[in-house]
Design a protein around this ligand. Structure first.
Ligand code: PGA
Length: 252
């Protein structure tokens, strides 16, 4: 059976003590969690060690970064490499979030390198894709997402692709309060799974975790997660409040 997952993407939020409070609270609340979802906290770099300390103590959740460098090492001021992250025993990294594509000009060649770096150092990518509103209005979202995946992930061999989770995040839904309907999410997730089946095979497609992201919250998660091809969520705003995030985790 494929893995279900709820990953929190904190983005550039919270000060140190707020971060510690939130991690502690999530950790305590997960003590009695008996559900099957893997919980992942994708925190800013400087809170990774803090999160990992809690994560390794009781193993109730995993930790991810929100980015990593496309380069192995060297004169890249301000960057953090996959090998540095691996030394911390990091589990996951988000790659290709639309905010990184848009504000930091991360294009497909850069994203390919990031994916390869993560895999080389045994960090599992949560790879984001999703269309802007103009594309949705023209009903071209499927070909848009297809080209994103073809140009970044489908060069991987079957074993490496098997380590990747995909997050479908329509850009018009991110941080806007305008969630995709469960039907819109399911339609795209099923489409993505069919693409994977064509590129690889049915087994690989069946195993791939495909998350939904974009204004997913404690109110709408249940309906979204009830769809057969929606394996969980990548949660931004609602991952910053322990109660909301835990309600989302309990939405399966
Ligand atoms: P949001 O962000 O839940 O705040 O819309 C999701 C994301 O950007 O991953």
């Amino acid at each position: 059976m494929r893995k279900k997952m709820v990953a929190g993407n904190w983005k550039m939020n919270l000060n140190f003590s707020e971060a510690e409070d939130l991690i502690k609270r999530i950790d305590i609340d997960l003590e009695n969690y008996e559900g099957e979802a893997e919980v992942v906290l994708c925190v800013p770099y400087i809170y990774l060690e803090l999160a990992l300390d809690y994560a390794y103590e009781y193993e109730r959740f995993k930790v991810g970064s929100q980015n990593l460098s496309q380069f192995e090492n060297g004169a890249y001021t301000g960057e953090i490499s996959a090998s540095m992250l691996k030394q911390m025993d990091l589990h996951y990294t988000i790659i290709g979030h639309s905010e990184r594509r848009n504000y930091f000009n991360e294009d497909n060649p850069v994203l390919i390198q990031k994916v390869l770096q993560a895999l080389k150092h045994d960090i599992k990518p949560i790879f984001c894709c999703g269309e802007p509103i103009e594309i949705r209005e023209k009903e071209e979202q499927q070909s848009y997402v297809k080209s994103q995946l073809e140009n970044t992930l489908f060069h991987l061999n079957e074993t490496d692709f098997g380590k990747v989770s995909i997050a479908y995040e329509p850009i018009w839904a991110i941080g806007t309060g305008k969630t995709a309907t469960p039907e819109q999410a399911e339609e795209m997730h099923q489409y993505i799974r069919n693409l994977i089946a064509k590129q690889y095979n049915d087994k690989v497609a069946e195993q791939c975790t495909v998350l939904y992201g974009g204004s997913c919250n404690a109110k709408n998660a249940k309906e979204l997660f009830a769809k057969p091809n929606v394996d969980g969520g990548l949660i931004g705003g609602a991952s910053l409040k322990a109660e909301d995030f835990l309600n989302i985790i309990n939405s399966f």
